[in-house]
Design a protein around this ligand. Structure first.
Ligand SMILES: NC(=O)c1ccc[n+]([C@@H]2O[C@H](COP(=O)([O-])OP(=O)(O)OC[C@H]3O[C@@H](n4cnc5c(N)ncnc54)[C@H](OP(=O)(O)O)[C@@H]3O)[C@@H](O)[C@H]2O)c1
Length: 314
């Protein structure tokens, strides 16, 4: 993907020798990791966005966020007002054996963004994860709850949150979980494929959380930018966003198969102990979304309603 700009409209009133270039009135928004699930959904959502924002969609080929010079040059030269960081190392199990790369992308590169943002007065919206929690909780996690990541991926994301907020206080961290989309590889697509290929399937039933349609999160991020533009008030801090409701990977799979009409595969529940993975997963990672709903007036769809919508496209 090349660099994509949208709404580069301009109009001229030549009679009075006034040139009005809409681009000048637009705030420039940098989206990193734009080819990933969330970045791709932001590309879709941005196409329907009012013209006051000018988006720069970049992935590693256009802007490698591990390169501090490139990051600084981009933010400065394009006059970036908002950075939405969707870039990440998301291979959770692989990260256990690939620590260096995981920290480079998930922590050190966030530091690069934070330093340039602070220098050039850009606001940062950074996406983090439920894996910052250890999963021993028994009620939905609030933003102020103590973190205790149990995996390399979780630790790298957790350290990034701290660095970002220290270096660039004008930043928002949105922790999300169980992300899926029509774009990229994810649990929903895998379960559809396996359901069509196999007669039996075992899925973990003792981890509770909430799936998140990346399109809903993309909308929420644009709403936060709109709110800031309308109010002139950037509400920095940590927020939680997933879809509403609670499920397990097992029940999530049953819902995917039911909605997709897959009837030839018998799905059986297994415990995490029966299905060990390289990285530890939180047993309970339901996030409390009260703060993001109250502050920005964001309405969050139920996970099953959103799943149904996405499955219509898959
Ligand atoms: N997926 C989940 O279930 C989940 C759950 C909780 C939180 N999150 C968080 O949500 C955010 C979005 O996740 P996602 O699922 O959309 O991720 P994703 O699909 O893996 O997309 C990440 C994108 O970042 C790109 N990238 C990697 N290194 C880069 C670099 N050095 N510079 C620029 N771009 C780079 C990736 O390119 P390559 O593919 O070429 O590496 C990919 O296009 C991430 O912060 C993630 O940690 C995800």
């Amino acid at each position: 993907m090349g660099l994509v700009y949208n709404r580069k409209d301009s109009s001229e009133e030549t009679g009075k020798n006034i040139v009005f270039n809409l681009e000048l009135a637009q705030k420039h928004v940098l989206i990193t990791g734009a080819n990933g699930q969330l970045g791709s959904e932001l590309q879709r959502a941005a196409a329907f966005h009012p013209a006051n924002l000018f988006f720069h969609f970049t992935d590693v080929n256009e802007l490698d966020i591990t390169n501090p010079t490139a990051v600084d040059e981009f933010i400065k030269s394009q006059g970036i007002a908002y950075i939405v960081n969707c870039a990440a190392y998301t291979a959770v199990d692989k990260a256990e054996d690939d620590e260096k790369k995981c920290y480079l992308i998930n922590r050190d590169a966030v530091k690069n963004l934070a330093e340039s943002a602070a220098k050039h007065k850009a606001k940062v919206i950074h996406v983090s994860t439920d894996y910052v929690f250890d999963g021993t909780g028994t009620r939905p996690y609030r933003e102020i709850d103590a973190v205790n990541p149990q995996s390399v991926y979780g630790k790298s994301k957790c350290e990034a949150e701290v660095l970002l907020r220290e270096i660039c206080p004008d930043s928002i961290v949105i922790r999300t979980a169980w992300l899926y989309s029509i774009f990229g590889n994810n649990f929903v697509k895998t379960m559809i494929r396996l359901g069509q290929e196999k007669e039996t399937l075992s899925v973990v039933s003792d981890q509770k959380g909430t799936p998140t349609n990346a399109a809903d999160l993309a909308d929420a991020i644009l709403k936060i930018i709109n709110y800031t533009e309308a109010s002139g008030d950037f509400k920095a801090g940590i927020y939680h966003y997933t879809n509403e409701g609670v499920t397990t990977w097992y029940d999530f799979t049953l819902a995917i198969h039911e909605l997709k009409g897959i009837t030839t595969c018998k799905v059986s529940p297994v415990t995490s102990a029966e299905y060990p993975t390289r990285a530890a997963r939180p047993k309970y990672s339901v996030l409390d979304k009260t703060k993001i709903k109250e502050i920005f007036g964001i309405k969050i769809p139920d996970w099953k309603v959103s799943l149904e919508k996405v499955l219509e496209e898959l």
